[in-house]
Design a protein around this ligand. Structure first.
Ligand code: GUN
Length: 295
C-alpha cells in the first residue's frame, strides 16, 4: 500500500527540471549552452555517487558538464589554482566543489575562491550574505532552496509556520534558517534552530509545525518527538552497519521513518525526498548563472 502522506521528491524535482526547459531553449536560441564544472578531491564513495547523479541530470537537460578529480593528498594551493583557471574559463557558468574535502584543505578558503557569479552552490560569503539579507540576485544553497521548493509544490505553506530545524551546518541548517525567516513569499516562517547544545531538544521538536532533520545522526527523530499531524522533512544520509545488507551496510535518514510516518501529517521519504530536489536546484542555479553571465 502506498502511504498517502508521502511527499514525492522525485516527481516534484522532475517538475522543477521541466520548468527549466523553456529557459534552456531561450538560451540555446541565443547560442548559449550552460556549462557546469565539478571538482572532486579524492575518492569519497558518496561524493562520487552525488557528482555522478548531478552530471547525469545535467546531460539530460543539455547542460555541458565536466568533472575534475584531484588526488586525496592534493594541496589547497593546487585546488585554488584549478579554481582560478575555471573562474576565467568562459565555457563554465557554474563551478561546484563537492564537499566533504580532505583535512588539509580549508573549505572556507575554497568557497571564497569561486567567483560569486559562478557560485551555483551558494557557499561564497557574498552569496551567504545576500541570502541573509534577502537579496534574490544571489545563489541560494541547493539543499535549503530544494526543501523550500519541495514543500511549496507539495501544497504546504511556510507562512507563519513554526519550523524547527535540527542541525546548524553551513550546507543545510544555517542557510535554511536564513532562507525561511525572510519576510518574503514562500518564507515568513518562525524558525527555531536546534543543535547539539540545545537543552530539551525533544520539547522544541514537539512544538514544530514543520520539523526538518539535518544533523546527520541516524534515525534520531523518533515518534515521541513529533506532534501528530506535523510535516517532517528528512535531510539525513547516514551509512550504518548492517550485517544482513549487501555490502554490510545500508543508508538511513535522520528520522526513524517507520515509527514517524504514521503520525506525521506529511513526510519526505528517504531516499526520494530531499535528494532529487538538491540536484534540481543546482540545475536551476546553473541556468540562472548562464542567464546572468550572458545577459
Ligand atoms: N556535500 C553535501 N551537500 C553538498 C552540496 O550541496 N554541495 C556541495 N558542493 N557539496 C555537498
Amino acid at each position: 500500500m502506498e502511504p498517502g502522506n508521502l511527499i514525492n521528491g522525485r516527481a516534484i524535482a522532475a517538475q522543477v527540471l521541466a520548468d527549466l526547459r523553456p529557459r534552456l531553449a531561450a538560451l540555446r536560441a541565443r547560442g548559449v549552452q550552460p556549462g557546469l564544472v565539478f571538482v572532486r578531491v579524492g575518492e569519497d564513495p558518496a561524493s562520487r555517487v552525488y557528482v555522478g547523479r548531478k552530471e547525469k541530470t545535467a546531460a539530460e537537460l543539455g547542460i555541458r558538464s565536466e568533472t575534475h578529480v584531484l588526488p586525496e593528498n592534493a594541496s589547497e594551493a593546487e585546488l585554488l589554482e584549478l579554481l582560478d583557471r575555471l573562474n576565467r574559463d568562459e565555457q563554465w557558468h557554474g563551478i561546484l566543489v563537492q564537499a566533504p574535502l580532505p583535512r588539509q584543505i580549508r573549505p572556507e578558503r575554497v568557497y571564497a575562491a569561486i567567483r560569486p557569479d559562478k557560485d551555483v552552490d551558494g557557499f561564497h560569503p557574498i552569496n551567504m550574505g545576500r541570502l541573509l539579507l534577502g537579496d534574490p540576485g544571489g545563489f541560494r544553497p541547493c539543499t535549503p532552496a530544494g526543501i523550500q521548493e519541495l514543500l511549496v509544490r507539495a501544497g504546504i505553506s511556510w507562512e507563519g509556520a513554526h519550523v524547527v530545524i535540527l542541525g546548524r551546518g553551513n550546507i543545510v541548517g544555517k542557510p535554511l534558517a536564513a532562507l525561511l525567516c525572510q519576510k518574503a513569499p514562500r518564507a515568513n516562517a518562525t524558525v527555531t534552530l536546534c543543535h547539539s547544545a540545545t537543552r530539551d531538544l525533544a520539547a522544541h521538536c514537539r512544538r514544530a509545525d514543520i520539523l526538518v532533520a539535518a544533523m546527520g545522526v541516524p534515525e534520531f527523530v523518533t515518534a515521541d518527538m513529533v506532534r501528530p499531524g506535523a510535516v517532517v522533512v528528512d535531510v539525513g544520509v547516514n551509512r550504518v552497519p548492517d550485517p544482513g545488507a549487501k555490502g554490510g551496510s545500508r543508508l538511513v535518514g535522520d528520522v526513524a521513518f517507520a515509527a514517524v510516518q504514521p503520525i506525521a501529517g506529511r513526510i519526505t521519504p528517504n531516499p526520494g525526498g530531499v535528494g532529487p530536489m538538491t540536484i534540481a536546484m543546482l540545475m536551476q542555479n546553473t541556468v540562472q548563472a548562464a542567464e546572468q553571465l550572458t545577459a
